[in-house]
Every structure is written in C-alpha cells, then in structure tokens.
Design a protein around this ligand. Structure first.
Ligand code: HPA
Length: 234
C-alpha cells in the first residue's frame, strides 16, 4: 500500500497497462482479463489485476498529464516493483498521413518540460521507448492489420494549447501525435531500468479537426489494448 495505491504488494502484477482514464482501466480489465478484480480505488483512480492468457496483468489508471502519471508510475516501480509499464491512451494526430483510429507506437517523446525537468537541469534528455516492446508491438499491430505508425510524439503539459507555432514546428519535424503522459513514463523507466512503451489511438486530429465518434471508441481502443498485451508477453 502506498500513498496513492491501496493495493497489497502482491496485488500488482509485474506488467502494468496504464490508461489515463480510470474507467477505461475498468473497461479494459473487464473486456480483456480473466478473473479481474479491483485492487485500487484511492481517489477513484481505479486499478484492476487479472490474467491474460495465463499471465498476471494489472491495469491501473494514471490520470491525465505527466505530474499525475509520475505519481502512479513512481509508486508502481519503486514500491510494487513493476517491470513493464505500457501506456494505453489517446492522442491527437499531427500529420496528414495519420488518420483517426490509427495506432501510434511512440518511439520518442518530445517535451517542453516534464516533472523530471528540475532534476535534469540543463540536460535535454531524450525519452525513448523500450526497443523490444516497440518491435513486439509493431509485429502485433501488423498481424492484426491495424493501421499503425511508429515515430516521435509530443508529450504536452496542456490540452488547451496556446502555442500553435510550436505545433507547427513539430509537424514540420515529423511528430506524429500529441498526448500528455508518455515522456515522463519513458524517463522513469530509464531511471529504474524498466521497460516502457506508449501505444496510442488517434482520437482527434489537429489538422483535420476530426474526432472519433463515441460509438467507435470501444472497438478502436480495443485494438490498442490487445497490441499492448501481445507486446508485453511476446
Ligand atoms: N492534445 C493533447 N492530448 C490529447 C489530445 C490532444 O489533442 N488528444 C488526446 N490526447
């Protein structure tokens, strides 16, 4: 039990999927895990543990933004000894060739800042995904036939962004999508020698201004969860 996670030590699996939304954690656990049980309800940030094809898996909400994710990832790593942490979340598309419902596997994550900024001081650390997880996720996505892009994303501190000039620079430099959590997850995984990846579904688009209709969300997000599970146990 930690400050933010009420689970007993053995209730958290070595493999943790982390959606931002606690209700998506509940949906994913009920849909994809066997014998899923709720292991955390502190602050409503639901966590569930069950098995997938016999492997123990925890699906724990991270909340929105890097400060929130940092709390849960720190406690999962340092107190519960989580080894593999995969963010499953949504992102905004930032390239013409990236469509709504497509999956993005985040190879790197650009930022203006992260919760680790103060520690790194003048160092511009380059947060990157675990290569083994990345390639396994890519294989799983190809096998499923999901339209998938592998490359850099932007982990932003704001959803309501007042810097269109920055988005423009990132689009120029091939950044595929924007979300708000992956960079700090990658930094923590690097610091503690764990494996991390962000598997993202494009839910809205910064160029076309399309957004995923509510009724399509479940099926689209399901592909992402299966890709994450297959990558974790490849
Ligand atoms: N911006 C930031 N985070 C997001 C977005 C976005 O457009 N879509 C989904 N997560």
């Amino acid at each position: 039990m930690t400050i933010h996670i009420g689970a007993a030590k053995d209730d958290i699996a070595p493999t943790v999927l982390m959606p931002g939304d606690p209700y998506r954690a509940k949906w994913a656990a009920e849909t994809f895990l066997d014998d899923a049980r709720c292991v955390n309800q502190v602050r409503g940030m639901l966590g569930f543990t069950g098995t997938w094809r016999g492997h123990p898996v925890t699906i724990q909400g991270s909340g929105m933004g890097m400060p929130s994710l940092s709390i849960y990832a720190n406690e999962l790593i340092r107190d519960y000894d989580a080894q593999t942490l995969i963010r499953i979340g949504s992102c905004g598309g930032m390239q013409d060739h990236v469509g709504i419902r497509d999956v993005i596997l985040a190879m790197t994550a650009t930022t203006l800042s992260t919760p680790s900024r103060g520690m790194f001081k003048e160092l511009n650390f380059a947060p990157c995904a675990d290569f083994g997880l990345l390639t396994a996720a890519h294989q799983a996505a190809l096998a499923k036939g999901t339209t998938t892009h592998v490359g850099g994303i932007y982990s932003s501190d704001v959803f309501y962004d007042e810097r269109p000039d920055l988005n423009e620079q990132m689009m120029r430099h091939g950044v595929l999508g924007v979300e708000m959590e992956a960079a700090e997850l990658y930094i923590l995984a690097a610091r503690y020698k764990r494996r991390a990846l962000a598997v993202l579904t494009v839910s809205d688009h910064l160029i076309t201004h399309e957004a995923l209709p509510a009724e399509d969300r479940e099926r689209s997000f399901g592909d992402m969860v299966e890709i994450a599970l297959q990558a974790a146990f490849a």
